[in-house]
Each structure stands twice: as C-alpha cells, then as structure tokens.
Design a protein around this ligand. Structure first.
Ligand SMILES: NC(=O)c1ccc[n+]([C@@H]2O[C@H](COP(=O)([O-])OP(=O)(O)OC[C@H]3O[C@@H](n4cnc5c(N)ncnc54)[C@H](OP(=O)(O)O)[C@@H]3O)[C@@H](O)[C@H]2O)c1
Length: 299
C-alpha cells in the first residue's frame, strides 16, 4: 500500500511517500481502506519538531475515514467509519484502528474527517465549560476547525459570542499583536487556543468568576497566567487535553458530534483536498494559513 512515512523533524520534505506492507490487525482492531485523511494544524507542529513526536521512521497521521475491510465483528464489514489514532499510521491506504466511530449515512468521508476530531473536541470543551444562555464567550481562532464549531455550539446555547481570526469576518483580528486589548470586558468564558505569555492580558477582560478553557498552543507557546491574577478575580483556569480529556472525554462525544453534522447543526468546512502523493503541498497549505477549513488527503 501507499503510505506517508516521517523521517526526522523539519519541513514537509521529511514526509516521504512509500510502498509499505498492509498493517497487521491487532486484537480488537479493524482494518480500514481509507477514503479521506485529515491534516490538522498540530500535525505540522509534530512534523516540524515544535511538538514532541514518537519514534521515526513511522507512518504519519492521526485521522482517517474509510470502509472497514476486516473486523472481528462481520457486521462491520463494508461500514464507513472514522478513526482517530494517538500513535500515527493514518496517512496510508489501509489503517489498523482500535478507536473508530460509525459514520452516519448522509456524511461523506471528507466531511467525516473534517468533523471527527474538531467537532468532538469542541463539543467536549463546550460541555466542560457548561456555557449558559446568559453568558458571553470569547472564541479564539474561529477560522480554525475547533474554533468554528465552538462558535456555532455556543450560539446554539444562546450565548453571545466574540470571535478572533486572522482572516474572514471575525470581530477581532488576532494578527494585531495588541488584539487582546480590543476584547470587550465582561467575558464569562474564554476558549484559549493561541497561547503565549500575552494570554494573561485576557484576565482583565474576564467577568468575576469567569473561566478559561486552555486547550491549544497555535502560537507555538503555552499560555501563561499569573496565579495572583486568577485569585484576584476568582477566575477558574481549566486545562483541557492529554489522554483524559483528548483520549476519553472527546472520544465519548464523537458519535454525538457526527450526529450534529448529520442533522445540519454543525457544518464541516473544507479548504482543499490533495492526493496522498501531494502530502508536502497539503502541509504547506495548512502552514500558510491562507485557507479556511480542513485540508484533506485523498488516498
Ligand atoms: N486539547 C485538545 O484536546 C486538542 C485537540 C485537538 C487540537 N487541539 C489544539 O487546538 C488548536 C486548534 O486546532 P484546529 O484543529 O482547530 O486548528 P486548524 O483548524 O488547523 O486551524 C488553524 C487555526 O490556527 C490559527 N493560527 C495558526 N497559527 C496561529 C498563530 N500563530 N496565532 C494565532 N492563530 C493562529 C489560524 O487562524 P488564522 O489563519 O485565521 O490566523 C486558524 O484559525 C491547536 O493548537 C491544536 O493543537 C487541542
């Protein structure tokens, strides 16, 4: 089968397209012939070395949708599923998966892969934040997949939503280094994905007893908040990620998130598709930040 193998860290050239043996199916795993493979932003950071990656060389990639071709349960054969892996292996024509979710009939493989991780992360974040109709929320990077779904989910709860992005129609341009000064006061919930030391400026914008859900580091740096500032305003800082949040709480709502796509509540946004062989161009596209929506590889 064709697969994309990571050799070291660096630019897109460390990803090489090769012939590889079809993976052996482990205990409880299914084999999926892939139809669409997601390229999320954090994978560019894993590839570049900004985030720590596992041992290489190894087949890269974490999100794939496709048809089950082998499974212990024969009723799964021929079913479309979307799989999420924490250890790689998704940039391939066939993947072995232990974590997979059935895809509703009216969702295409491209839509499934555009929603499987970010829509379920957004739903789990929204549940963790417990946003109320009377509240005002700040969604950073609404041009991103998770940010876009967060804004929609918060609006559906009746909340007032303030958004940032580097392009499009967001309320605040986050390419302005002083953008945090433009955030209105009285924010109840911040969905913090940009990070960096200047995230602390948001404390002044939070309503007393507001909460911050810190879940990303798009700037390449974790956010920093002085504890004194949290105490003074009674702010709750909630870290969201790692095996508990990302692995369990997000996986637990994946089927519900796909159902929200199937009924039209959430609408996946697609930027571009690339053949698997053009993986370097796909990574360059994500890093360029020119597009809005998901970049998808088609094997
Ligand atoms: N905690 C978890 O469980 C979890 C799970 C998955 C992902 N994440 C994290 O969540 C974040 C968002 O992921 P995603 O998949 O939604 O991203 P995505 O769809 O790939 O979107 C990328 C977004 O990042 C913005 N961006 C890129 N570089 C930036 C920078 N230096 N400063 C400000 N904005 C920047 C872009 O905004 P513009 O181009 O408009 O400026 C765009 O909105 C990432 O940090 C990812 O690692 C966390």
């Amino acid at each position: 089968m064709r697969a994309v193998v990571q050799y070291g860290t660096g630019g897109p050239e460390v990803l090489k397209v090769e012939e590889r043996p079809v993976p052996a199916r482990g205990n409880g795993e299914v084999l999926i012939r892939t139809e669409a493979i997601g390229v999320p932003f954090y994978e560019t950071q894993l590839r570049s070395g900004l985030m720590p990656a596992g041992p290489v060389p190894a087949i890269f990639g974490h999100e794939a949708a496709g048809i089950v071709v082998e499974a212990d349960d024969p009723s799964l054969h021929g079913k479309r599923v979307v799989s999420v892996s924490f250890t790689g292996g998704a940039y391939a024509e066939v993947v072995a998966a232990s974590q997979y979710t059935l895809v509703p009939d009216n969702i295409t493989p491209t839509q499934a892969v555009a929603a499987a991780v970010p829509a379920s992360v957004a739903l789990a974040l929204m549940n963790t934040a417990d946003v109320k109709a009377s509240e005002t929320v700040l969604v950073e990077a609404v041009s991103g997949a998770i940010g876009g779904y967060l804004a929609r989910l918060a609006e559906n709860r009746g909340a007032r939503v303030v958004t940032t992005a580097g392009k499009g129609t967001a309320d605040i341009d986050h390419n302005d280094p002083d953008w945090r000064q433009k955030v209105p006061e009285g924010i109840d919930v911040v969905f913090e994905s940009i990070g960096g030391p200047r995230a602390a400026e948001l404390l002044a914008k939070l309503a007393p007893h507001g909460r911050i859900l810190a879940y990303g580091l798009l700037s390449g740096e974790f956010p920093t908040f002085p504890v004194a500032g949290l105490i003074a305003r009674g702010i709750t800082l909630i870290g969201f990620g790692g095996p508990d949040a990302y692995g369990k709480r997000v996986a637990a709502v994946r089927a519900e998130a796909l159902d929200l796509v199937a009924d039209g509540t959430l609408v996946p946004v697609l930027d571009r598709t690339y053949p698997l062989d053009d993986v370097a161009a796909a990574h360059a596209r994500v890093e360029s930040r020119e597009g809005v929506g998901k970049v998808v590889l088609i094997p």
